[in-house]
Design a protein around this ligand. Structure first.
Ligand code: AMP
Ligand code: MG
Length: 409
């Protein structure tokens, strides 16, 4: 049996130092081709330029009549009808008009169009209610996208609009960054599968499933490595197995000061531990190591610590590894609706709900902030950055917060 240490051999690093050490070890993983049309959630690895103008010819913006503005209010003879996608080479001369539908090319000779709501047509003669200026209701060439224009930049995360843009410019295959493969291992003799019988004192494995979900949300492919007992050989074997097929390994538990906290010594044996303690709450024992060119994050066992550490340290790394040029969550300024008590010795990320009230962002605590209380993350769309200290922040005080979810109403 190991001896119980009184003091961690790992120096305490600051949040900034920890983030810098992590950033120094993560680079984009590589690129692969994919179909643009199903690439939502991926990060673009190339600049995409438009090869032609959108629209390619002047087009009607509404349903109505193409005409010559200079004819003023005089009646016009209707020559023909043009529909979107239809063809026809009618020319609009003085005193004439062409019935035209939204998206149809403006016929030669016409320099404006008037919507049907402002017109009357009887026996092929058009009467308009008001004069229109040249160019009225005409979509000009390249108005939406100009030929040669940069449409999407490398490093952009693709969403619905971006998939639509790629389709619009006729680019059906693109190069994207590879998604990191993330393996997650739970540890602990007391830890059991959520649907397994629980012995007295047993703990259902919430961390592995929460971390797998968080890594998926961060754009990664995930692999579950199950639960390893608190045994050096077993955990060492599970870590090596996990690293075989993964870019990043996340472990849960076993990084504190107990005699059965084995993750740090195993990582020190297998590779290089970059840090083993962070001056931060919740999640002081969070550990970061490299093993054979792969990254390992040893996350704490307490469920709130595990997920907050993931959010603050792991998620930005996973986004960087997939080429995201904006890997960080937005930092916003919030006004407190309740007093907030800081931790005396460490900066703390307290879980809050952020919403908009009377022209500013306000924050309400999610309740007890104990490291074991996973309920503190339920409904939390913000992590309030509370500096270490003794003075309570009163109602109305302003603090910075990471916006980690959508604003709530
Ligand atoms: P440890 O860091 O291993 O000492 O664990 C700290 C606390 O977190 C203990 O109370 C564990 O029972 C709990 N814990 C460890 N792993 C998990 C897990 N996978 N899911 C939920 N709780 C856990
Ligand atoms: Mg443990």
């Amino acid at each position: 049996m190991n001896e119980l240490r009184r003091e961690s051999p790992y120096p305490m690093v600051s949040i900034d130092e920890a983030q810098q050490l992590i950033t120094a070890h993560c680079a984009p993983l590589g690129v692969e081709p994919t179909s643009s049309l199903h690439a939502d959630g991926r990060v673009l690895a190339e600049d995409v330029f438009a090869s032609d103008n959108i629209p390619d010819v002047p087009k009607s913006a509404m349903d109505g009549y193409a005409l010559r503005a200079a004819d003023g209010l005089s009646p016009r003879r209707v020559l023909a009808e043009l529909t979107a996608g239809g063809s026809g080479t009618v020319r609009v001369e003085a005193g004439t008009a062409v019935r035209i539908m939204t998206g149809a090319p403006i016929p030669p000779g016409a320099d404006a169009m008037i919507q049907v709501e402002l017109t009357e047509e009887h026996n092929g003669v058009l009467q308009i209610e008001r004069e229109v200026p040249p160019g009225f209701n005409i979509h000009t060439v390249g108005q939406d996208i100009a030929a040669g224009q940069l449409v999407l930049a490398r490093g952009t995360t693709l969403g619905a609009a971006e998939v639509g843009l790629l389709a619009t410019v006729g680019v059906s295959s693109i190069s994207v960054f590879r998604r990191p493969r993330v393996a997650v291992l739970a540890t602990g003799d007391e830890v059991v599968e959520p649907d397994a019988p629980r012995e007295v004192g047993g703990v259902r494995d919430s961390n592995r499933y929460a971390l797998l979900a968080a890594a998926r949300e961060a754009g990664c492919e995930v692999v579950s490595l199950g639960i390893a007992r608190d045994d050096y050989g077993l955990q060492r074997e599970a870590i090596l197995r996990g690293l075989e097929g993964a870019d990043v390994l996340l472990t849960s538990g076993g990084v504190s000061m107990g005699t059965r906290d084995l993750i740090k010594p195993i990582l020190a044996e297998l590779g290089q531990v970059h840090f083993g303690r962070i001056a931060f709450k919740p999640g002081k024992p969070t550990t970061f190591a490299s093993v054979g060119g792969k990254l390992v994050f040893g996350l704490p066992g307490y469920p709130a610590s595990s997920l907050v550490s993931f959010e603050v340290f792991v998620r930005p790394a996973l986004r960087r590894m997939q080429g995201d040029t904006r890997p960080e969550r937005p930092l916003v300024q919030v006004r407190l609706l309740e007093p907030i008590k800081p931790s005396p010795d460490r900066p703390e990320y307290q879980r809050i709900t952020i919403f908009w009230q009377d022209g500013q962002l306000v924050a309400r605590s999610t309740g007890g902030q104990g490291s074991s209380r996973l309920m503190s993350l339920h409904g939390a769309n913000g992590l309030l950055l509370v500096p270490a200290g003794t003075a309570v922040y009163p109602v109305g005080a302003e603090l910075g917060a990471l916006l980690v979810g959508s604003l709530v109403v």
